[in-house]
Write a new protein. Structure first.
Length: 225
């Protein structure tokens, strides 16, 4: 059986503690600030890009992610203890080479130990009921520690093309069979979070209690002030 060898990053950095615990010394509201960067980036993206979201685009999700990543980075002017990376590989639970590791769409990476990340997975939602792929990322990747093994929090970003944010939240809640609670500090943006227990054997040694943040954005250009 092929054995995994160390990566250069694994050789350079020790096994990290929880990403979230590591940034709380920077700010007590670090998670709210971090998620706020995502919202500010999305708002800037929608305001800057004159795109007709009713069109059937090719590589829609991938193209949006690439542009959104730059917009989020532009919001991080205070040099927090992490940076944002587009499509980084999650090496921790990879299969041996030549298999390619899993890679979430975006991730905040801890400067002090880049093995620790807080991933944000993005999905295009064609309607407010079309949430199957969105749910799959949570149950098969986040809750199986393929994403965010070293983080007690992660995020889902939904690019909603048709419908309402409220209905999408209800669809996600019903599919997950758990309550999505609105985060008070981000209530104006309808930011929700769900709490989970990662019981998979693949999560042994990693944070078991996991909070998934839900950021559903209606893809339309904001009305002129």
């Amino acid at each position: 059986m092929t054995r995994r060898r160390l990566t250069p990053m694994e050789a350079a950095y020790p096994v990290p503690s929880d990403f979230v615990e590591s940034i709380l010394g920077w700010r007590e509201d670090a998670i709210v600030v971090l998620m706020g960067y995502v919202w500010l980036g999305m708002e800037a993206f929608l305001a800057e890009m004159d795109i007709d979201w009713t069109q059937d685009y090719e590589n829609c999700e991938r193209s949006i992610n690439q542009m959104v990543a730059n917009c989020i980075r532009d919001q991080m002017t205070d040099r927090p203890p992490f940076w944002l990376e587009h499509h980084p590989f999650e090496d921790e639970n990879r299969s041996p080479a030549p298999a390619v590791p899993k890679a979430p769409d975006l991730a905040f990476v801890l400067r002090a130990n880049p093995r620790a990340t807080l991933p944000i997975e993005a999905k295009v939602l064609d309607t407010d009921g079309a949430v199957a792929e969105y749910i799959h990322e949570i149950t098969e990747n986040f809750l199986e520690c393929r994403y965010a093994p070293f983080s007690s929090h992660g995020g889902m970003l939904g690019y909603l093309r048709q419908g309402t944010v409220d209905n999408a939240i209800i669809s996600i809640q019903n599919a997950l069979n758990c309550k999505l609670e609105q985060v008070a500090a981000l209530a104006s943006r309808k930011h929700h979070a769900s709490k989970h227990r990662r019981g998979s054997r693949k999560c042994s040694g990693y944070p078991r209690d996991f909070s998934c943040h839900h950021m559903i954005v209606l893809m339309e250009r904001p009305a002129a002030a």
